[in-house]
Design a protein around this ligand. Structure first.
Ligand SMILES: Cc1ncc(COP(=O)(O)O)c(C=O)c1O
Length: 399
């Protein structure tokens, strides 16, 4: 049994309806397929997972060692240590221009993923709807369903930019929230700051929450700017759940620290949820995250500059091999189109991605995984040598 099917729960007897209908993360599934092939000795090149190939900075790792040496190894408050909440509040003020009370308006979670899930559980009653602009990171949609809600997919235009007008006609009496993810996973599109403000005002006018996922806020190129949804409009902070993580910014994917800031009542509910589910995130990782947020930030700039160089090189290479590929302004994903390729491949992205994996041993994620068709997501958070080799293989793929 492959790694992918072994954790696919559809056939197990007695399984809840909720989990029977939930597909595993398609990104993680694609990555598992690639690893299985690599174990068979195939020279697989991985552009699947959204994970910086940098090491966690030394000063952050040292903070973790210090925490262990100092015996900071016990349970902490479920919603995080006061020191990390304070560091998050300082960060939100310094970088995003909004003041949050660290004791009542910030909760630390096990990664951005858990922060998002907690938000959904806190907001949704059965049948409540959440507007999810597509293409979207599948997790948004699946977490809404897991929490008992209904994801309402809002198709974006060919430029994949969310505008407030796109939401018109999708709001019903059951709508509870809208997802804003800029820079976007999977497309790398950065919303125009004015549109983030417009979407937030639209949400406020309809009495719905904005779940703003700022995971990639530091990965910006070509002068693109990130707009924090809770800034820019009087009263917006009452309607915005701001989710973020140290995973990507500080190359800390394995440490599992994310957070959410927002209205007191919701944060209090999320904190209570933490007490009944995971309790606190790792005490050691929390102390490391304090150092990440408060310590020197040049490590972020170095990584982003390198990703910028890879982005330009990789997208130029994709175009040279015949893929139509928009230039992403953020995150670390290229989103080339596969339609009308000269290699005679089908337009169906799943089949295309499988062929690419089996024939060229290049692993990426089919657009279908993001409720889209005709594109692939390729992470360029891979070494230049890997990217060069991918481009060489793509040049001959299908010919
Ligand atoms: C848009 C987005 N949000 C949140 C996350 C979650 O990050 P983590 O749970 O590693 O903090 C990811 C990771 O891929 C992501 O792409």
């Amino acid at each position: 049994m492959s790694e992918t099917t072994s954790f696919h729960p559809r056939t197990a007897p007695g399984l809840s309806e909720r989990l029977r209908t939930m597909a595993p993360s398609p990104t993680i599934a694609a990555s598992a397929r690639a690893r299985a092939l690599a174990r068979e000795g195939k020279p697989v090149l991985e552009l699947t997972v959204g994970e910086p190939d940098f090491e966690t900075p030394d000063h952050v790792r040292e903070a973790a060692h210090r925490a262990i040496r100092d015996g900071k190894t016990r349970y902490t408050p479920s919603g995080g240590i006061p020191e990390l909440k304070a560091a998050v509040a300082r960060k939100l003020h310094r970088e995003n221009g909004v003041e949050y009370d660290p004791t009542t308006e910030v909760c630390i979670c096990n990664g951005g993923k858990q922060a998002l899930f907690n938000v959904m559980v806190a907001l949704l009653n059965p049948g409540d709807e959440v507007l999810v602009p597509v293409p979207t990171w599948a997790t948004f949609s699946d977490q809404v369903a897991l929490a008992g809600g209904t994801p309402v997919h809002v198709p974006l235009g060919p430029d994949h930019r969310l505008r407030a007008a796109d939401l018109e006609g999708h709001v019903t009496a059951r709508t509870k929230a809208v997802i804003v993810n800029s820079p976007s996973n999977p497309t790398g599109v950065v919303m125009d700051p004015a549109e983030v403000v417009a979407v937030t005002r639209f949400a406020m006018a309809h009495g719905i929450y904005v779940v703003a996922d700022d995971t990639y806020e530091h990965f910006l190129y070509d002068g693109a700017a990130h707009q924090f949804a809770a800034a820019g409009t009087e009263g917006a902070r009452d309607w915005v759940l701001a989710v973020n993580t140290v995973s990507k910014t500080y190359a800390m994917t394995g440490w599992r620290i994310g957070y959410v800031a927002g209205p007191k009542a919701i944060i209090k509910a999320i904190d209570a949820l933490m007490t009944q589910t995971t309790s606190n995130p790792s005490s050691i990782a929390q102390w490391a995250a304090v150092e990440a947020l408060d310590g020197p930030q040049d490590c972020v700039r170095t990584m982003v500059a390198e990703f910028d160089a890879r982005r330009r090189m990789f997208v130029a290479g994709l175009r040279a091999t015949g893929y139509a590929c928009p230039m992403p302004e953020g995150a670390f994903y290229a989103y080339p189109r596969i339609a009308n390729r000269p290699d005679g491949s089908p337009g169906d992205s799943d089949t295309y991605a499988m062929r690419l994996l089996n024939e060229a041993h290049v692993s990426c994620v089919a657009g279908k995984a993001f409720f889209d068709e005709g594109s692939l997501r390729m992470s360029y958070a891979a070494s230049r040598a890997v990217l060069d080799e991918v481009l060489a293989r793509l040049a001959t793929f299908g010919h």
